[in-house]
Ligand binder design. Structure first.
Ligand SMILES: NC(=O)c1ccc[n+]([C@@H]2O[C@H](COP(=O)([O-])OP(=O)(O)OC[C@H]3O[C@@H](n4cnc5c(N)ncnc54)[C@H](OP(=O)(O)O)[C@@H]3O)[C@@H](O)[C@H]2O)c1
Length: 263
């Protein structure tokens, strides 16, 4: 049986950027699998225009849509209140910081504004969202997970940051150096990797698992039509990896297949 079945004993999952692409597929796969969590909180910056997500929610009563623009602190604070109200005294078991943008710029064309825009969405926002949701993650972690076993994982409390192989400093060198010279995106994902490690160091004693994950190169608006993986293939594999996370994966940077990646 796939480790994704762990989501069946996970009370709640919150996914950012669920209007389309990988975020939407995470919600779709979680809702329609045999292992659906109790509550799926799908966030979108403009829920009214997220038609596919709305249709999914009409067919799956455990999907709850809330508004979240990840670059607005006011929106983050309001979303944290909405999540608390939806969870009705329970904690949040799994936060997936998925929303992201790719600001295209090479050495010549990149400006300070492009760097800051990409950093804000991809690295600053996941930190601020995790901070705002920390009381809910703590509440879930303090209950010790399934059967009160005290193990780390999605049945207890976990933060998964959707990173990218393009954020790997070690892989962007020598014969491995990639031709994609996207300075704002690459550096924002490197920063997200460090944010993930910092969170992992700070939240370990509370039993909250934190890690960074590369979803593969996937056919979405961001990945483009030539990418080798469909969103279904990527997310099927990712949910199995996330469902199987344990203490050994705390502070890790993993491929969608579960293999470790070089930082
Ligand atoms: N696709 C790939 O090959 C690939 C590879 C490596 C890593 N990733 C990472 O995987 C994640 C998802 O990528 P994707 O391919 O699904 O991208 P996508 O198709 O471009 O979708 C991006 C999602 O992020 C949301 N978003 C962007 N800015 C936001 C904001 N300020 N507030 C709220 N939501 C915001 C978008 O919402 P709107 O609809 O409102 O714009 C959309 O739901 C990203 O972090 C990306 O960097 C993707």
């Amino acid at each position: 049986m796939s480790a994704a079945s762990s989501f069946g004993s996970c009370g709640s999952v919150l996914v950012t950027g669920a209007s389309r692409g990988l975020g939407l597929q995470i919600v779709r796969s979680l809702a329609s699998g045999d292992f659906s969590p109790g509550k799926i909180i799908a966030t979108a910056r403009d829920p009214d225009s997220a038609q596919e997500l709305q249709t999914l929610a009409e067919n799956h009563p455990n999907i709850h849509i809330i508004t979240l623009d990840v670059v607005s602190q006011q929106s983050i604070d309001a979303a944290a209140k909405d999540a608390e109200r939806l969870l009705q005294g329970d904690g949040l078991n799994c936060l997936i910081n998925n929303a992201g943008i790719n600001v295209l710029g090479d050495f010549q064309s990149t400006t300070a504004d492009m760097m800051i825009q990409n950093f804000h969405t991809n690295a600053v926002a996941p930190l601020m969202i995790t901070k705002a949701l920390l009381p809910l993650l703590r509440r879930a972690a303090s209950r010790g997970g399934a059967g009160g076993a005290g193990r780390m994982g999605v049945q207890r409390a976990a933060v998964v940051n959707m990173s990218s192989l393009l954020g790997s400093v070690e892989l962007n060198w020598g014969e491995n150096a990639n031709s994609l010279k996207w300075i704002p995106y690459r550096t924002s994902k490197s920063a997200l990797n460090m944010v993930s490690r910092c969170m992992a160091v700070d939240l370990e004693s509370e039993g909250i698992l934190c890690m960074a994950l590369h979803p593969g190169w996937v056919r979405t608006d961001m990945g483009g039509p030539q990418a080798p993986l469909s969103a279904e293939e990527s997310i099927s594999s990712i949910l199995s990896v996330i469902g199987g996370l344990s203490e050994k994966d705390h502070g890790s940077f993993l491929q969608y297949t579960g293999e470790p990646l070089l930082w």
